[in-house]
Design a binder for this molecule. Structure first.
Ligand SMILES: Cc1cc2nc3c(=O)[nH]c(=O)nc-3n(C[C@H](O)[C@H](O)[C@H](O)COP(=O)(O)OP(=O)(O)OC[C@H]3O[C@@H](n4cnc5c(N)ncnc54)[C@H](O)[C@@H]3O)c2cc1C
Ligand code: SF4
Length: 302
């Protein structure tokens, strides 16, 4: 099958099916397996990787060359979902999965995300909702990989649209979780050349021991030279409608502020829902955790 065959087929794309089949939006389904462009990891002469959309989350975690080149991505992939989901779930499906709001996923409710004109969550259970308020929908973005890819300035190749930043896949529009239209295929993710000396960490605060999306998660990429941070990329998830990169934290680190002071800079973004006040301290604490872990971590040869 070619990309054109798939793009023009009538139906809903299915990769690993782990998100799609839990929502069961109704077929027909168009299986993306068998399209050569969507598979595999290729390396360009500058040392950067192009990762096919059908690459499984498990392969992102265990591919030896990817782990060395992009440690924050590998750590994030290794830490999400369950071993079974990581074997079946794909990079493309992870970036384009739908949010986990219980109201959106219940047939008993209608909301902005499924054609309605209200948000029942705002006046209901907001325990798992956003703490950064950016509009009518308060469901956090679910993709851990998207969060970490923001810190790499990765780009996405989309059939029918071209190359765009991974950050450009998302916005605060309350009617959707990503900006791809029906029929647009995420072909691959393009990584930058590896950063020599990168130290990376990923951490999640989670409501049960496993098999759950995080309440708050964070990834850090740092380069340390002569006891100073000379490069920083810090991203967080579970807190806003989109995954977030935190330039205010990064510039504080580069200016020599303490790790705790830099982590605390994220607090200014917070505007909790009725039940998400706890996420303010959880956010700054999770950022501090990844900063400390990255500073103390071993250098990754790239
Ligand atoms: C218990 C549990 C815990 C989880 N925890 C986490 C977590 O902590 N963090 C996290 O990020 N995820 C988590 N997940 C989600 C999991 O990672 C995703 O379900 C999985 O990555 C989706 O990949 P898939 O290939 O199965 O996608 P599918 O279910 O096949 O597709 C998902 C959506 O993307 C579309 N799609 C898929 N591929 C393409 C493509 N190439 N182009 C265009 N559209 C496409 C499909 O049409 C569908 O709408 C969890 C899942 C479970 C069940
Ligand atoms: S938070 Fe978003 S997904 Fe949940 S009910 Fe409100 S609009 Fe729908």
């Amino acid at each position: 099958m070619t990309l054109h065959d798939v793009a023009t087929a009538a139906g809903v794309f299915r990769a690993g099916g782990t998100d799609l089949m839990s929502r069961a939006p109704g077929g027909p389904y168009v299986d993306l397996h068998g399209v050569p462009e969507l598979g595999g990891i290729t390396w360009r002469p500058d040392g950067s990787a192009v990762i096919g959309a059908l690459t499984t989350v498990a392969d992102l975690a265990r591919d030896v060359r990817l782990r060395a080149a992009y440690p924050a991505l590998a750590l994030t992939a290794a830490g999400l979902a369950t071993p079974q989901i990581r074997e079946a779930g794909t990079l493309g499906g992870n970036l384009l999965q739908r949010n986990r709001c219980a109201y959106y996923r219940s047939p008993a409710f209608s909301c902005h995300q499924d054609g309605g004109d209200s948000c029942p969550a705002r006046d209901g259970l907001t325990l798992y909702a956003t703490v950064v308020d950016s509009g009518p929908c308060v469901a956090p973005h679910p993709s851990s990989l998207a969060m970490t890819l923001l810190g790499y300035d990765a780009t996405a190749e989309v059939y029918g649209r071209g190359e765009l930043e991974v950050a450009g896949l998302y916005d605060d529009d309350p009617t959707r979780d990503h900006r791809l239209a029906r029929g647009e295929i995420l072909v691959s993710v393009r990584m930058p050349p590896p950063t020599p000396g990168e130290r990376a960490a990923y951490h999640r605060a989670i409501a049960r021991s496993e098999a759950e999306w995080p309440l708050v998660e964070a990834a850090a990429r740092l380069v340390v030279a002569d006891d100073a941070i000379v490069f920083a990329a810090v991203t967080v998830g579970g807190v806003a409608r989109t995954p977030l990169r935190l330039p205010e934290v990064e510039s504080a680190l580069l200016a020599g502020e303490s790790l705790a002071e830099a982590a605390g800079r994220a607090e200014a973004r917070c505007a909790p829902q009725a039940q998400t006040g706890y996420k303010v301290a959880l956010l700054t604490g999770t950022i501090l955790h990844v900063l400390e872990a990255a500073v103390e971590g071993e250098k990754v040869a790239a």
